[in-house]
Ligand binder design. Structure first.
Ligand code: NAP
Length: 252
């Protein structure tokens, strides 16, 4: 495959995220609190998360190895960040959720598998190819330093917020309550905000097309999900804090 062909495929993938945004805003993805019966067969929530998220690091690693180009130092940093994120998302996060008895539609698992397969393939393939011609000087580039700092800030917000949500069911509860403290006082979904910041930082540090595509897709998935969560909280809890926004403090 030439780099032009690869770029065309990834640009089409970005265009799809933009074109599907109105659909994502109109149709709330049916998992977690929004699960609905008419979405067909289901499987256990925990196993669904592990299966669909494992696809990303596996496909990434396979595509990276397939490229086989000698990887310069910055590429190993990007690979380590990807794998660290997916170690958490594939195993640590699902194994910690209080999700006994909950299910996830196979349609969601299948679409997440496709999503993770494409992003894992495009990012792993690019970083394993000779096109990823980073030199040691990239370590000193402002985009690398700023991007890595933004990645870690986003990851910290994401993990902190997910931990806070998981702690709401600490006492064996299975329902939902109003999350409080820290960024939760400003927005309903700091975990989604953190994830968007994280992958934006990754895209800045990598400064390549597939990483940018993944950041765009993450925002296109999680922006609408945060809006749906926010509306749900306001519907379910009459005492929901008025000043709290969905995703961006004071803005959205
Ligand atoms: N990169 C991407 O495109 C992408 C896409 C999707 C998700 N993600 C990431 O995956 C993680 C999970 O996503 P998600 O959308 O499932 O997050 P979520 O809806 O906020 O749920 C996170 C966990 O906390 C529980 N929870 C949430 N709010 C609660 C409340 N008010 N009271 C009690 N428990 C509560 C949920 O239980 P229930 O499951 O029972 O609701 C779930 O176990 C997030 O970190 C997100 O950023 C990334």
């Amino acid at each position: 495959m030439t780099q032009n062909q690869f770029d065309t495929i990834v640009y089409a993938w970005i265009a799809m995220a933009v074109l599907l945004l109105p659909v994502q805003l109109a149709v709330t993805a049916p998992y977690g609190r929004h699960v609905r019966p008419r979405w067909g067969p289901v499987i256990g929530n925990r196993v669904g998360w592990i299966v669909m998220e494992a696809v990303s690091p596996i496909v990434f690693a396979a595509a990276f190895l397939y490229g086989g180009a000698p990887a310069p130092g910055p590429v190993w940093v990007f690979l380590a960040l990807w794998m660290a994120h997916y170690l958490n998302r594939t195993f640590i996060f699902p194994l910690r959720t209080k999700t006994a008895g909950k299910t996830i539609p196979l349609a969601i698992v299948a679409s997440a598998i496709l999503f993770n397969a494409f992003n894992g393939w495009s990012n792993g393939f690019y970083l394993g190819s000779p096109w990823a011609a980073y030199t040691a000087a990239w370590f000193l580039d402002i985009r690398f330093g700023a991007g890595i700092a933004i990645f870690f800030a986003g990851a910290a917000i994401n993990i902190w917020a997910d931990n806070r949500l998981l702690a709401l069911r600490r006492d064996g509860k299975s329902g939902y309550s109003i999350p409080r403290g820290g960024l939760f006082e400003r927005v309903s979904c700091p975990n989604h905000l953190g994830e968007i910041v994280e992958w934006t930082g990754f895209a800045i540090a990598c400064w390549n097309l597939p990483a940018a595509a993944f950041a765009v897709w993450t925002a296109a998935n999680l922006g609408p999900r945060a809006i749906s969560h926010h509306r749900w909280y306001r519907r379910e809890f009459p005492d929901y804090p008025q000043g709290r926004r969905a995703l961006l403090p004071g803005i959205l």
